[in-house]
Design a protein. Structure first.
Length: 367
């Protein structure tokens, strides 16, 4: 083999590798298929399995530097870094098989997106996830965020001092829901100079359930409008359809056609007024009753179970809303015939379409 041939052969190998590596430094806005695939591989390593037991390929460009202790409601996170290009990954664990982890999902009452949460007698989480007083978020995942961020901030400070200013946030499933709230709070800390503004965060919320209401969604999507955050969804996956959702007239903006319904009805003739009021109540009252039931079971009763794990937790005041919506610029992984041949529907395997391997398969099909 001549020197020229060897040079061309080496160049053919190194150029694609360097091209893939270059995507991580510095971080660029916009959805990146290879970047997201690497995040899926990192997320898969949150499972407590021997290295030889993993079906998902190992991450190629990042190494794990830190794994937190389990905290809060079975929450955990990891720090991964790419030393070559000074990029870090915050990887947030999803739901485990532990009942406490599932309880975090079922504790689905909605609370204001600005406030303070008494987690323990030594830990109050003062959070700010939106400027809109009507914005609401899921209380269970807020608890998870509150515990995790106390452990994350010192690590972020540490890597920043080492020159790492590009940070990917990755969460799959419950981890994706927490990734929303974490990203919002970190943006507030930067805005208020509690965190360096030159740290560039980029967020992938993968297979995430709905974290809040429409008013939270508006501000989150504005925050991520330049391509710094994505909601990635497999269309066959049922988890992004959760939590249970009900919209009522009180979930509308302050200016709406229903705000003066009483005065409008009073102006009608008696027979018409009675008929219209009856029809209105038939449409409005069921949603109000449903919200009350949701608050009872997914709020008050769930809170009592939460306090068995976190006895010092103080139940907050809930919003009178369960209007959960899909949040964030969305990347649709469209389940097609080829996908269903590999991952067929199976009522006995309800997480078939939710697991990382299914998401990775569809990601690899993207152009």
């Amino acid at each position: 083999m001549t020197a020229l041939v060897r040079f061309i052969w080496i160049l053919a190998i190194l150029v694609p590798f360097n091209a893939i590596q270059a995507q991580f430094a510095p971080l660029k806005p916009g959805f990146n298929k290879l970047e997201y695939a690497e995040m899926l591989k990192i997320s898969s390593r949150q499972l407590d399995l021997p290295s030889e037991s993993f079906k998902t390929p190992a991450p190629e460009y990042f190494t794990r530097n830190y794994q937190s202790k389990t905290m809060g409601l079975e929450n955990r996170w990891e720090l991964w870094t790419n030393a070559t290009h000074s990029v870090a990954v915050i990887s947030i664990r999803g739901t485990t098989q532990n009942n406490t982890s599932w309880l975090e999902n079922f504790y689905a009452a909605m609370v204001p997106a600005i406030g303070s949460l008494h987690l323990t007698d030594s830990l109050n989480f003062n959070y700010h996830l939106s400027n809109n007083p009507k914005a609401g978020i899921h209380i269970g995942w807020l608890i998870g965020t509150g515990f995790l961020i106390q452990d994350m901030l010192p690590k972020i400070d540490s890597i920043y001092k080492k020159g790492i200013k590009n940070v990917l946030i990755m969460g799959h499933s419950q981890g994706g829901a927490i990734a929303y709230l974490l990203s919002s709070h970190l943006a507030y800390l930067q805005e208020t100079n509690q965190l360096p503004k030159d740290i560039q965060f980029k967020t992938y919320c993968s297979a995430a359930p709905k974290p809040g209401n429409l008013f939270y969604a508006y501000e989150y999507e504005k925050l991520m409008a330049d391509g710094w955050g994505f909601n990635v969804v497999n269309t066959a996956d049922w988890v992004p359809q959760c939590p249970l959702t009900v919209e009522s007239l009180t979930d509308f903006n302050n200016t709406n056609p229903f705000i003066n319904i009483s005065s409008i009805l009073k102006k009608q003739a008696f027979s018409k007024r009675v008929t219209m009021k009856y029809a209105f109540n038939q449409l409005n009252n069921p949603s109000i009753k449903t919200k009350k039931r949701y608050e009872k079971y997914l709020g008050n009763i769930a809170a009592k179970s939460i306090q068995k794990t976190l006895p010092e937790f103080a139940k907050p005041t809930y919003l009178k809303s369960f209007d959960y919506v899909r949040v964030g610029p969305t990347i649709v992984l469209l389940a097609n015939q080829t996908y269903y041949q590999q991952f067929p529907d199976n009522p006995e395997k309800i997480f078939t379409h939710h697991f990382i391997d299914a998401y990775l398969f569809l990601t690899n099909q993207l152009n």
